[in-house]
Design a protein around this ligand. Sequence first.
Ligand SMILES: [Zn+2]
Length: 284
Amino acid sequence: MLLATAASAQMSSGFDSNKAWEHLRQQVAIGPRPSGTPANVKNRDYIKAQMAALGIKVVEQPFEGATPLGPVKMVNLIATIPGKSADRIVLASHFDTKLFRDIRFVGASDGASSTAALIELGRVLKARKELPFTYELLFLDGEEAVIEWQGTDNTYGSRHYVQAAQKSGSIKSLRALILLDMIGDRQLTIRRELNSTRWLTDIVWATAAKLGHKQFMNEETTVEDDHIPFVKSGVPSLDIIDLDYPQWHTAQDTLDAVGARSLQIVGDVVVASLPQIEQRLLKN
Ligand SMILES: [Zn+2]
């Protein structure tokens, strides 16, 4: 009994998928949440309330997205958990959902899953004693195209964030980015993403293998996502994404298609990878 308790405590990352699931469910309950809509503001308010409850400070980063449909008011949320060093590791997710006029799209995986995991990762990190680096939870608006993913009709929030960080100089203290996107799929399959930084991918995939999570596959793929502006500015970056999702951008991206177990797997892998990422950054 005692042994079993000790073993399970050791195995547990502290990430609680029951809590993450509730965050996912609450976002889906808001309905479609495209940038510039009252529902998007509601989603933002939900995230802010969760951060406040955890005692994590949030700053809003408002900007105007120049979309093919005209200017759209967007807001990134930057939540900070201070660490020993002001140098920071950023964990990110987009919280907007893609605009559709013909279907009701609630983005259970595409938008809600990664945002839910990010909120729960905030709780886990806040509870950790002595963070060697400052952690930033970056909730990005405007990832989705308002019409079609081409040119600059996408990644509005991440492009704005990186531009602002370059302007202020704060990009220099940004040591690594881990982006989560579409991690709710019940049939979770995550491939090594080739725009991502190799050493980050290696650490995370080795951690997943150690934990026995074969959902992190050794097959490779290439994805354009919110990590690209960071990659372009020289920040070591990793996109953890499951694009092998038949419900992607359909009315079926609902609670039925996603599972708490998938959130748990990704949460456990990320939490277990962070100390190794920190060690690697401390050596540089
Ligand atoms: Zn999408």
